[in-house]
Design a protein around this ligand. Sequence first.
Ligand code: F6P
Length: 505
Amino acid sequence: MPGHEVLAAVSSGNGHSATNVIAGPATSDFVVVANRLPVHPADPPSRAWQPSPGGLAPALRGVVTAKDGVWVGWTGEIGPRDAPASYEQIRLRSVHLTQRDYEEFYLGFSNATLWPLYHDAVRTPTFHRDWFHAYRDVNRRFAESAAQVASFGGTVWVHDYQLQMVPKMLRELRPDLKIGFFLHIPFPPQELFLQLPWRHAILDGLLGADLVGFQVPGAASNFSRLARRLSGARGTTSSIEYDDRTVTVGAFPISIDSAHFVERASAPEVIARARQLRADLGDPEVVLLGVDRLDYTKGIDHRIRAVAELFEDGTLHTSKHVMVQVAVPSREEDAHYASERRHLEQIVSEVNGDHALVGQPAIHYLHQSMPMDELVAMYLAADVMVVTPFRDGMNLVAKEYVACRTDLSGALVLSEFAGAAAELKGAYSVNPHDLEGMKEAIRRAISVSPREGRARMLRMRRTVLRHDVHAWASSFLGALGRSAVRPQVTLGPRPALPSAGTASG
Ligand code: F6P
């Protein structure tokens, strides 16, 4: 190409507007490919573009801006509308999804096959050939889009379980590129992965990358073992010989923009809001907090059961203790998610029926997403953060809570099955399937001495402040730079590619 495009103005819910408009070349040396773009449309009637929630977009925004990169992804809307060509200095390239893609690629293969399979099969994964075909076709469109915007010899960083076939497809289109892949969710042990009827295609897809990164070393060794067993690759956990190339494999635990959380947690208006929240909760002695996407992997129901039993046995009393559970709506068209919501709402209402006083619920349940400052105020208002997923790639909420506890108060109860458990050693570690163990951990967290509490928090804060999202990105990209040994390719005309970003049936 390279061409120039004039980029459209963006209006958003957070006051960003035409000042975000930049113009730039259509190609870049650095391309991020993720299922979601860092913007999505607000609900009708506005449909204005606003920043995407969730861990990935805030985590990568800074890296992409600094490298003047292009972000390839889906807007979250069905149909052919493009996202603006740039947003907050990030150039965007939209991949469109049809209704059928949404059902078969997103809700189907990504979230009803891979998601439960990769999370210890806590719900039975569904296997449908049509869903796999949709996954392959949508992955191809992402690969084609990335191939069109990456400069010669550039770096493309592909993200997450929705796009595992992209590395190989992209390598076939553009052998000149350095390709990295990072999986944000767990990678399952052999016993589970082997169930997947398309296991070879997924592994071969990943092996198209120069560097395949995971959250924890266990996931990396699951992958390398499977690659050797199923794809005929040779080598060790960290270095695999495959298809006359070396694929580097490793653990790169993701983190948060810690400094930004510290800054918001120190803002006077946020501190005042935290005080107000505690007052609104009736100035209890102890506030317990859970913050999760409403997902059956998060163990919210078990956590609430444990808290309910603590109210029953008198450890907790509504006059002194209160729990706040924020459950952010997610994937609501999926039957498992819909039934999980009904299930949770029934449990919360049972607990409140048994233990609430007039004007004082035992559990405050908020099924809504929350602006960042409100979330930070919640973290500041909470004495004990309870994070108990049955399985979680990392869990950034745990790290966010720790980053916000600038005065070293507060305690974290953390599932041993969250990736974050490997780093946050000052937490009270729990097996989320063990109700008695969870109750004991909550008891200990509530009654910890100030001295021990501060020592635990200090230990965790050191880790989170030192190892932030910027350190994560540089460590992945540094390893990618070292691992990618590019073949000799002749400079010549680009291969003809179908135009990317078109919706297909
Ligand atoms: O944890 C994996 C992930 O895809 C995150 O990147 C994202 O924030 C979250 O799950 C929600 O995913 P989505 O709403 O795109 O299905």
